[in-house]
Ligand binder design. Structure first.
Ligand SMILES: Cc1cc2nc3c(=O)[nH]c(=O)nc-3n(C[C@H](O)[C@H](O)[C@H](O)COP(=O)(O)OP(=O)(O)OC[C@H]3O[C@@H](n4cnc5c(N)ncnc54)[C@H](O)[C@@H]3O)c2cc1C
Length: 314
């Protein structure tokens, strides 16, 4: 059996290793677009604060781990899937045949439609490369504005406090982590942040970011403005499914899967942040990736859905 996995994050690595346990003879190929060894984004906060080096973010420590498990790690970007021919097309023009395909391409940050977001001092915090750039920009004493205080935003927030930056957080919801915390817990978190010297604005948005050679000026809709050296954007993510545009596969916000992680296309499965499946706690389907909901965002819904790009299909 020829198993191909697109992605080299936690979902892909866990699946590849489990496949090896279940099928000792199968041929397993894992395709990853990133330059580094498979790594965990969850370790990025530790990398930001110097608790681990880059290698400390790797999902498996030994450099020959995948070789030892006879998992072929191919560096490349999947650009298309030919479901009829059972082929994955890569950016370099080559193709890889599969009998069974798992899509585990994760998610990518959503960048809000706000002017000035394209300045190189405005950073998302999703890839190791982002973390490297932030380490350069967010030196102790630097002025930083974080846009978004959702789940991931609050995980990375502690890193800026530990890096001793002068931090302002802007969250458009009525409290911090609005989708997960109630009013009381959200207020407790805000009080804790303020006790660490962080300025927190809730219930307002960033209207624009003005760039000059020496600094950025982050203008909030509530009238405040913050000169800053770096802006960190953490405003939700969208599943990575654009390369499936020519496949007749059911995609809502993520790739729809049944309870066996099987998609609507025979021999194709999906897992991790790119998948949308049954949430056993609610009985409803949900995308695994952390996403904003249209109602939480003050931008008009059509702008929000357009920002989701290729992941929303009719
Ligand atoms: C700073 C930070 C902290 C976090 N902390 C937590 C936490 O504490 N708890 C928690 O539950 N979650 C946390 N998360 C979220 C968590 O990291 C994700 O839910 C998790 O990484 C999802 O795993 P995944 O394998 O589905 O996708 P990813 O980890 O995103 O991996 C996707 C993989 O697919 C590859 N890929 C994408 N497109 C292609 C393509 N076209 N061709 C080939 N390869 C492709 C990528 O290179 C990558 O290897 C955090 C995220 C961040 C950024």
């Amino acid at each position: 059996m020829n198993y191909v996995i697109i992605g080299a994050g936690p979902a892909a690595v866990a699946a590849a290793e489990k496949l090896r346990v279940l099928d000792s003879d199968g041929h397993i190929t894992m395709i990853g677009a990133q330059a580094q060894q498979p790594y965990s984004r969850m370790a990025i906060p530790y990398y930001l604060t110097g608790k681990v080096e880059e290698s400390g973010t790797y999902l498996r420590r030994s450099s020959d781990h995948f070789q030892n498990h006879r998992i072929d790690l191919v560096r490349g970007e999947a650009t298309a899937v030919d479901a009829a021919e059972h082929k994955v097309m890569l950016g370099d023009g080559s193709a890889i045949d599969y009998d069974k395909l798992l899509i585990a391409t994760g998610a990518e940050p959503i960048i809000p439609p706000v002017s000035g977001m394209d300045d190189p001092r405005v950073q998302q915090c999703w890839h190791l490369e982002d973390a490297e750039r932030i380490i350069e920009l967010a030196k102790p004493g630097a002025r930083a504005v974080q846009v978004g205080a959702g789940f991931i935003g609050c995980i990375i927030l502690e890193s800026w406090v530990l890096r001793e930056v002068d931090l302002t957080v802007v969250e458009m919801g009525p409290r911090m982590v609005p989708r997960m915390l109630g009013e009381k817990a959200g207020d407790l978190l805000k009080t804790w942040c303020e006790s660490k010297g962080v300025t927190v604005h809730t219930g307002t948005t960033v209207g624009s970011i003005e760039s000059s050679e020496n600094e950025l000026n982050v203008v909030l809709d509530n009238g405040n403005a913050y000169p800053s050296d770096v802006v960190i954007v953490s405003t939700g993510v969208k599943p990575n499914v654009g390369f499936l545009q020519d496949v007749d596969i059911n995609i809502d916000l993520g790739i729809e899967v049944d309870e066996f992680m099987q998609t609507s296309v025979v021999d194709i499965y999906a897992a991790g942040d790119c998948a949308q499946g049954l949430d056993f706690s609610t009985g409803e389907t949900a995308v695994h990736a952390v996403q904003p909901t249209a109602t939480e965002y003050a931008w008009p819904c059509d702008v929000f859905f357009r920002s989701l790009g290729g992941c929303r299909r009719g």
